[in-house]
Structure formats: C-alpha cells, structure tokens
Design a binder for this molecule. Structure first.
Ligand SMILES: NC(=O)c1ccc[n+]([C@@H]2O[C@H](COP(=O)([O-])OP(=O)(O)OC[C@H]3O[C@@H](n4cnc5c(N)ncnc54)[C@H](O)[C@@H]3O)[C@@H](O)[C@H]2O)c1
Length: 328
C-alpha cells in the first residue's frame, strides 16, 4: 500500500513508519516537526515537512494513496487545559482538514491515533470500547471529536475508518543501528521521567496523589510496548472495512501503580529513584486499564512484550544511547 503517515517524526509515528516499511509498504511522512525529530524518520520514507492543515497539497487525487495513518497531534493533557485553543485547532481542525483532503483524493482507508483519555473516569474496569466516553480533559475531547467525524465519514462516504485508542505507550524500538524511543519536550510521561531521575538528570520524581483507592494509593495505568502498539496499525490497515468506523482499545489489560513502575525502574537501572508526593492532578482517574478483547479477537492482535521489566528495559537502553550521544 502507499500510505501517508502524519506525525511520522514523532515517537509512535517513527516506529509505525519503520514497521510499515519493513512490511513492504511505501510511506510518505507528513510532519511539521513541532515536536518531532527529522532523524527519527526512516530514510526509506519520503519526508514532507508540512502541517496536516495543508495535507491537500500532498494528498492529491493523482498521488494514489491507499491509506492514511494519522498520528500527528499535540498530546499533553495538562497543557490542553490551559491552552485549549491550540488543541482544538491542531488536533480537531487539523484532522478535519486532513480528512477532507483524504475524501477529495478518494483515499479508502484511515487509521487514527485516539486515546484512553476519551473515556474520562471509567465506571467499570477493564475499559471496553462500549464504555461511555466523557473526557475529563480538552486533549481527550479533541480526539473524541475526530472519532465522531470518522464515524460520519464512514457512513456518508464509505471510508474504512479505524480509531485505535491507546493506553500508556512506552518502551523503545531497538534494532542494530536503529533506536526509536520517547523524546517529548517537556516530558510528561512517567517512565521516561523516572529514567531521567535514575540517570541523575532530575532530582526526584513527583507522584501526584498517594491516597487513591488502589493497592498503594498511587494511580494505576496500563502500559503497552511501542512495538506491540505499532503492529496493531498494520493489522488495522489490513482489516479496515469500507463504510465502517471500527474502534479498538490497545493496552495490556494489566494495570501497574505508579509506585510499581518506579520500583521496576529502580530494578532495571540499578539506580535510586527518589520520589516526592504531590497533590492529585485534577482530572486524573484512579485507574485506567484496557480491555483489549476486541483487538485480540477482531484484529488477531496479541501483545508480544506485555511485561513491565521489558518495557522499562527497552526505554532505558534507548535513553542511555541518547545520554552517550550527548542528546539527553
Ligand atoms: N504517547 C502516548 O502514550 C499516547 C497515548 C495515547 C495516544 N497517543 C497519540 O499518539 C499520537 C502520537 O503520539 P506521540 O507520543 O508519538 O507524540 P509525539 O509528540 O512524539 O509525535 C507527534 C508528532 O506529530 C507532529 N505534529 C503535531 N502537530 C502536527 C501538525 N499540525 N502537522 C504535522 N505534524 C504535526 C509532531 O511534530 C510530532 O512529530 C498522538 O496522536 C497522540 O495523541 C499517544
């Protein structure tokens, strides 16, 4: 297939691009580099530095694209609460521009990076795709709006649309000569922050709340290895059905408390990770754990690397390589 990957210079998009190329697909990466890194784009891909708002320039009827994998977005839930206009403009308005370009160009498939944040505070666990969607932050709302747009495009125009709702993505893609991992600036995700503390690049790790009704009082999240997550995109492209909007949660189905993650980081790195308890952050649910039954049965997807030690260990290998290169 000839595929347009938006956000292909980012953490997840760079790995999805790599795996699509390895599976024999032709990939054009569209990324404006607002948070991405050009060196993360596989050299075999064609790279276009542009915004999704201008996607129509690349996604022309003549270009003959078979599908779009849309990962480009702003991703910080906290920032989305103080700068909502940025998130609506980029994540929703930008996605609508991309969708419209895809419609005019007659692109048959569209796979979208949605998020567990669309569910807000779950009323039952593990969270299935049938759960109510009631985001507690603007980021989740901007993504849910695109899910709705995809559903109507599928119904009206026969688009084969898939929304993949990721839970917490972590780990790295490591092959001889290739290391693709998480490099968000500023970093807001727990595992890379804990690794920065382990490496002495940060003094301590803040744990937001220690009085949640969980095993040790800290929040529970579901971590999925980047390779497992990226593989689901290939399956989604293969199994997308014209006129349908299919939604899949992607997580391991296993939750770990923040303290369990910190303990795993201590064990993998062999370094201390000092922590400090901070007040709860508003909008943080106590527990987010996915039911991935639908992805398993309908996509034939099974996580190959579900263990926390392996996820942390790959992230650590990636981070150490960056430290050695003087990039971190
Ligand atoms: N990282 C996670 O744990 C996680 C969890 C759930 C969902 N997601 C979703 O996965 C996707 C990728 O996340 P990531 O962690 O790789 O983030 P990232 O910041 O590393 O990558 C996002 C990429 O999109 C690009 N981009 C942003 N706005 C753009 C625009 N208007 N035009 C062109 N390019 C643009 C950025 O330059 C960057 O390269 C996002 O859609 C995010 O919402 C991520």
């Amino acid at each position: 297939m000839k595929l347009l990957v938006t956000g292909g210079a980012g953490y997840i998009g760079s790995v999805v691009t790599r795996m699509l190329l390895d599976a024999g697909h032709q990939v054009v990466v569209l990324d404006d580099l607002r948070t991405g890194y050009p060196e993360a784009v596989a050299p075999e891909a064609t790279f276009v530095q542009a915004s999704i708002h201008d996607a129509a320039e690349v996604l022309t009827p003549e270009a003959g694209f078979d599908g779009v994998v849309h990962l480009a977005a702003l991703i910080a839930a906290g920032e989305s609460m103080v700068k909502p206009e940025l998130y609506w403009a980029n994540n929703t308005v930008g996605s609508l521009a991309l969708l419209d370009a895809a419609r005019i160009a007659g692109v048959p498939r569209f796979v979208f990076s949605s998020t567990a944040a669309v569910y807000g505070n779950p009323t039952s666990l593990p969270i299935a795709e049938t759960a109510h969607t009631l985001p507690t932050n603007t980021y989740g709302a901007t993504k849910l709006a695109v899910d709705f747009a995809l559903a109507s495009m599928a119904t009206a125009h026969g688009l084969a649309a898939v929304s993949l709702r990721y839970f917490n993505v972590a780990g790295a893609y490591l092959r001889p000569g290739i290391a693709l991992g998480e490099r968000h600036e500023p970093e807001t995700h727990l595992i890379p922050i804990a690794l920065q503390v382990a490496a002495g690049r940060r003094e301590k790790l803040q744990l937001f709340g220690d009085d949640y009704p969980t095993l040790d009082g800290t929040c529970v999240r579901d971590y999925i290895h980047i390779e497992d997550l990226a593989r689901a995109h290939l399956l989604a492209l293969e199994t997308a059905r014209p006129g349908e909007h299919r939604v899949f949660n992607l997580g391991n189905g296993n939750g770990f408390t923040n303290l369990q993650v910190v303990e795993a980081v201590r064990e993998v790195t062999g370094h201390p990770v000092p922590t400090e308890t901070a007040p709860r952050r508003s909008g943080d649910p106590a527990e987010l754990v996915a039911s991935s039954d639908r992805a398993r049965t309908e996509l034939g997807w099974t996580p190959a690397k579900p263990g926390l030690p392996e996820i942390v260990s790959d992230a650590w290998t990636f981070y150490q390589a960056r430290l050695q290169d003087g990039q971190a």
